[in-house]
Design a protein around this ligand. Structure first.
Ligand SMILES: [Zn+2]
Length: 177
């Protein structure tokens, strides 16, 4: 790809009002200085989704796009630069969205793993609670419940596990939420 992100360069504003200047700076100093009107024209192009050429040196052009500053060394025109920058942003957004989903799935698996109550604890709690809901005594629709939810730091020790019926468990969840 002939369009490369111009790393280490930033747009800065100096001065105020009609004396304002905009500069493209690198660590080594000022690379380009834009007058107020020049900056305004370029900003309008970028605002409209286009690309504005700010500077040329040694066969390459510095472009300003809505996705930041880029160097081009193949003599691309403004439309091509804007499209390539847009495509790069679009792909990056899609990639971030994919990663977000992967991480969410990963976290869901981890929560499920932490919520899984070991068999020996289940047997112990079942016997301790006499095989019935500790709130209403029902023997139907029974579930193991974390007294303090795993998401809030509760663990799988017997003291934090109890037998509840479905209705009591839902009532408890509503109460917590
Ligand atoms: Zn109950």
């Amino acid at each position: 790809m002939s369009l490369r992100r111009a790393t280490g360069l930033e747009l800065h504003r100096t001065g105020f009002g009609i004396f304002a200047l905009h500069e493209v700076r690198s660590e080594r100093g000022v690379l380009v200085t834009l007058g107020r009107r020049e900056h305004k024209r370029a900003a309008e192009v970028v605002e409209a989704g286009g690309a504005a050429a700010l500077h040329e040196e040694a066969g390459r052009t510095l472009w300003w796009t809505s996705d930041g500053l880029y160097w081009d060394d193949e003599g691309l025109d403004a439309e091509a630069v804007a499209l390539l920058a847009w495509d790069r942003r679009r792909r990056q957004d899609a990639r971030i969205e994919r990663l977000r989903k992967v991480r969410a799935a990963d976290e869901a698996v981890e929560v499920a793993r932490r919520q899984r109550i070991p068999d020996d604890v289940r047997i112990f709690v079942w016997q301790r609670d006499d095989g019935r809901c500790v709130r209403c005594g029902s023997e139907d629709d029974l579930q193991f419940d974390h007294v303090i939810p795993v998401a809030r730091g509760g663990g799988n020790a017997p003291e934090n596990v109890q037998v509840l019926c479905g209705p009591c468990n839902r009532q408890k969840s509503d109460h917590i939420a």
